[in-house]
Design a protein around this ligand. Structure first.
Ligand SMILES: [Zn+2]
Ligand SMILES: [Zn+2]
Length: 62
């Protein structure tokens, strides 16, 4: 059994049970609609990881 949930792919790691937008003010995707995900293992099929890694790369250079 799994539930559809909504994740932020901006790197803040935000997860919501309801559809909505990212609430993390420091997140690059603040105010951007969350991405629907229905994974059962909490890994979000790598959706969150991939973008978070990109953010980490940016932060490294800055
Ligand atoms: Zn976010
Ligand atoms: Zn998920």
């Amino acid at each position: 059994m799994h539930m559809t949930h909504y994740i932020c792919t901006g790197g803040c790691g935000g997860v919501s049970e309801k559809e909505g937008t990212c609430q993390a003010i420091t997140c690059p995707k603040h105010g951007v609609p969350l991405t629907a995900c229905d994974c059962a293992d909490g890994k979000h099929e790598g959706k969150q990881d991939r973008d978070a890694k990109e953010e980490a790369e940016k932060n490294k250079k800055a």
